[in-house]
Design a protein around this ligand. Structure first.
Ligand code: PEP
Ligand code: MG
Length: 931
């Protein structure tokens, strides 16, 4: 066989396309033009077939048409670029020589498979055609050569079905109905029981279907079959399911698919033939055991289509021990070669084994962790860095929460945005208070709301899961539930809540209060009834891998936590500090909310101060608990941020009750009370509360509130220091936009902090910094850094204000934007590096111009999203902060970022930055007590 050794082609066809780029790459008889390194060009399937061929693994001969050819075909409006067809023909002729048969030859026909293959596997998303080359003549030749008439006609009827489905777009059911009828007529239990005559009859019927559906005869010319099949595989890149798969997995559309044309080997030749799929380890647990399925007398599509259920590999061991031994040895070789768990497709033709594909096997998160760690430690096949890179950071989240049993089968009635991967089962309840009551009676409930507000927190906490019909991934429900690792599905637009009727509708389904539903937080699906859930288990391998990540990462990981319990959880998952305590979350709770309301209702400073003072002991207790739980690590506490009306009852409800009492004229006391609340709510009413009287604007206009909070923080810190713990409070000002705001709030904070230090006589090192969440703050960061000792990027608000998208309303248009590719993904989930990220980069650069080594972190929801963590690492952040359940994810993402892009020795290192911080702090303000 003439073989090409370099990129220059030989032979007639290549001469005719002398200038065309090389589009086709051969593999046959131990030689190949491709290799594993050419994955982007040849696709996963094509490159590994080439690699295996060179390794001497028994692979049928064939050739791969590159993704460059696909790109040229698409660019030319679905036409072959010059030279492509000639190269295909030249390689076909070599393949014929290698196989010793010819496409279309009446006595020795070559049959080929035409298979898709992208650079990453997209299982089942694209198309394949088998048995190509059969026609009314070659089927007779095949029957004669194999002395198996039944087999030949079985191949032909399969070919027409697949070709009809994939190439001619005929609904497959048209063929399947005829197949079922034939089985019934002949009394055949399975396809394999159909006799040759019945198959012959079927082929005639199938050809009739083609004629009827496409208005032309089934193509008899094998070269035409080949050309049409290649086109169909090229085009299957754009099939709806493939496009959706890429969108979900964030894969680019321009990679394209390669096409591999390979000589057929037949698993359906009789009892000494068969086909199967095997894994070199258990893909579900990661256990090192040979695992797979085998189907005797069958072709690959039977396994994929689930037409027949495969037998355990042991069946192969019993039926064909020599083949089993050979397969076992090959799987070991392949695993050793690729140093990763392999998913291998094989076919046995008359007792002879062929490998049709190998790839890194898809696996559960638990299996990924176990395989990576065992291959690195016990087996010493891969280094730690490779092990760290082998595990998808986001997948770790699943290992920390309950999830829906992967075996469960169900139909969802609606779906929303998956805010956490946790799953939950419970009775539907619409009223948060009722959720609390039912939970107290040990009933599992799912709280269903149009959206949640801070008032609903108790109900949310009591519920197993939360479902909202509105809101995005940074809506209140999502943020709060994520912090607890609680199941939460938000923005389920199909869910229409009719609270007054105690039901919700989803399409045609009506779900009433008390009915049991399941929320699959990983997918965002809403399911009627209880699905089985599986509990999380933290394996030793998981802990080991996390330990390595801690050692490798240079960006540290903190947690967003509002309570001592959350802080303890965060530490358990490896957080080295708290990056955000949202103090307003402490304002809810039965004892506190009346005092908070008293504070808001106060008519003058005196009255407000009185109420504020009553809150102080509560806040102090919380901080004491958090400091103890997190010692010796730093704790960043943000002063009050949200607009005050969020703490008052809802205006609509107050107005309703007020009007009712007004009309009836009784209970004057309550009437007056409601009147005052109504008036205050009206005074607080803002057209745009997210851009209104909130953040430091609130602290500046009502200084009593921040004074109390700073006092509570410092008194708590002094107390915990007195217990012998190391405490590092970082007091954070929210929503700073101007230097003057920073200067003033810094002075206010220092004044109270110093007072407390003087009163208690305890040395506490504290620092005062700011959130950067208003675009302007990023732009004037150099000047803000004159007064702020650290920055924390609040990328939830920064995204909101940079895009001008309301974080609570993005659900209304986001699905459309994603569908139309107007946005690559939800910018509240994945940091928009080009826009918001640029502001972050500018903010860091300018801040550090003023204070080199300024401590910088992120505390928006992006702090736990792997791609965003990588970005934070690249721009030199000191730490990322995320919900406790995302901490392991962030550590792994940070370690991977360091492996991929090590920080330069002169880059920002956390320790150095802390030292710098202290130095700069001592030189600027010489009034702080050292610890
Ligand atoms: C932010 O805006 O990114 C942030 C952390 O603050 P919040 O989500 O509480 O507004
Ligand atoms: Mg914010």
């Amino acid at each position: 066989m003439p073989r090409t050794k370099s990129r220059s082609n030989t032979g007639r066809a290549s001469r005719s396309s002398a200038r065309a780029p090389k589009y086709v790459y051969a593999f046959a008889n131990g030689r190949a033009e491709g290799s594993s390194a050419m994955r982007d060009l040849l696709g996963g399937k094509g490159c590994e077939l080439a690699e295996m061929t060179k390794m001497g693994v028994p692979v049928p001969p064939g050739f791969t048409i590159s993704t460059e050819a696909w790109a040229a075909y698409n660019a030319a409006g679905k036409k072959y670029p010059a030279g492509l067809w000639e190269q295909v023909m030249a390689h076909l002729s070599r393949l014929q020589t290698a196989a010793g048969t010819r496409l279309g030859d009446a006595t020795r026909p070559l049959l080929v498979s035409v298979r898709s293959g992208a650079r990453v596997s997209m299982p089942g998303m694209m198309d394949t055609v088998l048995n190509l080359g059969l026609n009314d003549q070659t089927v007779l030749g095949l029957a004669q050569r194999t002395r198996n008439e039944r087999f030949a006609w079985d191949c032909y009827r399969r070919f027409i079905t697949l070709f009809g489905d994939v190439v001619l777009s005929i609904d497959r059911r048209a063929f399947d109905t005829l197949l079922d009828a034939a089985k019934q007529r002949t009394g055949a239990k399975t396809d394999a029981d159909l006799p040759a005559d019945a198959l012959k009859g079927l082929v005639a019927e199938f050809k009739g279907v083609v004629q009827e559906k496409v208005g032309r005869a089934f193509p008899q010319d094998p070269q035409e079959q080949l050309r049409l099949a290649i086109n169909a595989v090229f085009d299957s890149w754009w099939a709806r399911k493939a496009v959706d798969y890429r969108r979900i997995h964030r894969l680019p559309d321009d990679w394209g698919t390669a096409v591999t044309v390979m000589a057929m080997v037949f698993g359906n030749l009789g009892p000494t033939s068969g086909t199967g799929v095997c894994f070199s380890r258990d893909p579900s647990s990661g256990e090192r055991r040979f695992f797979g399925e085998f189907l005797v007398n069958a072709q690959g599509e039977d396994v994929v289509a689930g037409i027949r259920t495969g037998e355990h590999l042991d069946a192969l061991k019993t039926r064909m021990p020599a083949v089993y031994r050979k397969l076992n040895a090959i799987k070991d070789r392949l695993e050793l070669h690729y140093r990763d768990m392999q998913d291998i497709e094989f076919t046995v033709q008359d007792g002879k084994l062929f490998i049709l594909q190998t790839r890194s096997g898809k696996r559960t998160a638990a299996a990924a962790v176990r395989i990576a760690v065992e291959m690195s430690t016990k087996e010493k096949r891969i280094g730690r860095d490779t092990a760290l890179l082998r595990v998808e950071p986001a997948s770790l989240h699943q290992l920390l929460v309950k999830t829906v049993d992967p075996q469960a089968k169900y139909t969802a009635i609606a779906s929303g945005l998956p805010a956490t991967p946790a799953a939950a089962v419970g009775k539907v309840v619409f009223d948060p208070e009722k959720a609390v009551e039912m939970a107290l009676r040990q009933e599992a409930v799912i709280l269903v709301r149009p959206e949640t507000s801070p008032e609903d927190v108790a109900g949310m906490h009591a519920a197993q899961g939360v479902l909202t019909s509105r809101g995005g991934l940074t809506s209140h429900a999502a943020v709060v539930a994520r912090g607890w690792g609680k199941c939460c599905v938000v923005g389920a637009g199909d869910v229409v809540v009719e609270e007054e009727n105690h039901l919700f509708r989803a399409g045609r389904a009506v779900v009433r209060e008390g009915q049991v539903i399941t929320l699959n937080g990983a997918t965002g699906e809403v399911i009627v009834g209880a699905q089985p859930l599986v509990d999380p288990k933290l394996s030793d391998e998981f802990r080991e891998l996390l330990g390595w990540a801690h050692e490798r990462a240079t960006t540290r990981v903190r947690a967003n936590a509002d309570t001592p319990a959350d802080a303890a959880k965060a530490r358990e998952f490896g957080a080295v500090g708290i990056g955000l305590v949202r103090t307003e979350h402490m304002f809810f709770g039965d004892e506190r909310i009346p005092i908070v309301r008293e504070m808001i209702m106060a008519g003058d400073v005196q009255a407000r101060k009185k109420a504020v003072d009553k809150l102080l002991p509560f806040q102090r207790e919380d901080f004491i608990g958090i400091f103890r739980a997190m010692a010796p690590h730093p704790v960043t506490i943000r002063l009050l941020d949200p607009p005050l009306h969020e703490f008052l009852p809802k205006y609509k409800e107050v107005l309703e009750e007020y009007t009712r009492l007004d009309a009836r004229g009784f209970n004057p006391e309550r009437h007056a009370e409601l009147g005052a609340v109504k008036a205050r709510l009206e005074a607080l009413l803002e057209a745009n509360p997210m851009l209104g009287h909130r953040g430091c604007r609130l602290g500046i206009t009502f200084p009593e509130i921040y004074d109390m909070q700073v006092r509570a923080i410092m008194e708590a810190a002094c107390e915990v220091v007195g217990e012998g713990h190391r405490v590092e409070p970082e007091i954070m000002i929210p929503l700073t936009g101007t230097v003057a705001e920073m200067k003033l709030t810094r002075e206010m904070t220092d004044r109270v902090a110093q007072q407390v230090i003087a009163e208690t006589g305890k040395g506490v090192h504290y620092s005062v910094g700011t959130m950067i969440e208003v675009p302007r703050a990023a732009l004037v960061a150099d000047r803000i850094a004159q007064y702020a000792e650290f920055f924390s990027f609040g990328t939830n608000d920064l995204t909101q204000m940079t895009f001008g998208y309301s974080r609570d309303d993005i659900g209304k248009f986001l699905p459309f934007y994603l569908e139309k590719k107007l946005l690559p993904n939800d910018p509240f989930a994945v940091l928009d590096q080009a826009g918001v990220g640029e502001l972050v980069r500018i903010g860091i650069e300018r801040g550090r111009k003023t204070v080199s080594g300024l401590k910088v972190g992120i505390c928006g929801e992006h702090g736990g999203e792997p791609a965003s963590v990588e970005f934070c690492h690249r721009v030199g952040m000191t730490y990322v902060s995320c919900s406790p359940y995302m901490v392991p994810v962030a550590w792994l993402a940070a370690a991977q970022a360091e492996i991929k892009q090590p920080r330069s020795p002169g880059g920002v290192q956390p320790k150095a930055s802390r030292a710098n911080m202290k130095r700069s702090h001592m030189s600027r303000t010489n009034r702080r007590t050292k610890q």
